[in-house]
Ligand binder design. Structure first.
Ligand code: 8YV
Length: 321
């Protein structure tokens, strides 16, 4: 008998077809977002779960799903999984690292450049029919070339973001849980390790790309924003909860920083409504990894992990110790 799995969100039909070769698959191509209770009900009798960040897998959930052996998260971030609870319930947990590094780094740059050069703000103004004449001071933004790029969280995506800055003759500063090796720093456009305070005070453009956890919750709040330059821009392609949105809105309103580019929001897809009242923000709906080929690679990577986990092989991206 084939193991049974639940694919909790809509996914590429090709990946579903491949999973069906190995498993009895219950899919959700209508893409209903399951409540925790619905997820628990759907997981009865299932051995595996393929999910995204919208599914919370914690001790309460796992206590109701005794047959479950593996959870494959289709994301590199896994703050939606309680790893200790997974381990306690002998559930293998996996993520999809590496396949999205370059695409996410590309998008961090898209957001950084749109934010610094006020691209979306200018476009909205043009679409609204406001363009009557050229003005010397219309939409003046911050230069990217020659500026100091700050990166908070210097994992593989952070390094890929830093590497791209060499074409803009930028200086790169970073802060991370630990310092990179010399060769990693060289790869990351000769990035220099500094304290979080120095990073905040010095960066012209600050990119957040660190994992979300209790330790990084609201790592950027009012005190941190107050340390930044009034001309600085902030980009978040990590997780919304890293930033205190109310503090960021206040800082943007009072021009304590110049602008922000946000792909992630605390409580998304809901977000603080006041963001919509600000002109100096670029807002996107969590799409940093959303290139055709990368999303396919993520789905295939999650499938690889689930197939390995449920066929007595070590999943390539096993997270539990
Ligand atoms: C995903 C992400 O699209 O990989 C991650 O951690 O944030 C995105 O690439 C999203 O989390 C869907 O699960």
């Amino acid at each position: 008998m084939k193991p049974s799995i639940l694919v909790a969100r809509a996914i590429f039909p090709e990946t579903l077809a491949r999973l069906s070769e190995h498993f009895e698959v219950e899919s959700n191509q209508v893409d209903h977002i399951f409540t925790p209770q619905e997820l628990a009900a759907k997981l009865q009798g299932k051995h595996g779960l393929l999910c995204t960040g919208s599914a919370r897998v914690d001790a309460t959930q796992l206590a109701q799903t005794p047959m479950l052996r593996a959870v494959a998260n289709m994301a590199v971030g896994y703050d939606n999984l309680d790893l200790a609870a997974c381990t306690a319930h002998q559930v293998m947990a996996t993520n999809t690292p590496d396949v999205l590094n370059q695409t996410t780094a590309d998008f961090a740059w898209a957001l950084l450049m749109a934010t610094a050069r006020r691209v979306t703000e200018a476009e909205h103004w043009l679409r609204a029919g406001n363009w009557e004449k050229w003005s010397y001071d219309a939409f003046l933004g911050a230069d990217i070339h020659g500026a100091t790029l700050g990166i908070l969280g210097m994992g593989r995506i952070g390094q890929a973001i830093a590497r791209r800055s060499s074409g803009f003759d930028m200086q790169v500063l970073y802060h991370n849980r630990s310092r990179l090796s010399e060769s990693q720093e060289a790869y990351a456009n000769n990035a220099r390790y500094v304290s979080k305070q120095e990073l905040l005070a010095t960066a012209d453009h600050l990119v957040l790309i660190l994992p979300y956890s209790a330790q990084t919750h609201h790592a950027i709040g009012a005190p941190e924003l107050a340390m930044m330059k009034p001309s600085a821009t902030l980009v978040n392609v990590a997780r919304g909860g890293i930033v205190d949105d109310a503090a960021l809105i206040a800082a943007l309103r009072q021009k304590k920083i110049a602008a922000a580019g946000l792909d992630v929001f605390e409580g998304e897809p809901k977000f603080h409504p006041d963001f919509l009242t600000l002109e100096n923000v670029v807002l996107t709906p969590h799409i940093a990894s959303a290139s055709e080929s990368t999303r396919r690679a993520m789905a295939e990577c999650a499938a690889d992990n689930l197939i390995a986990a449920l066929t007595h092989q070590k999943p390539p991206n096993l997270l539990n110790p």
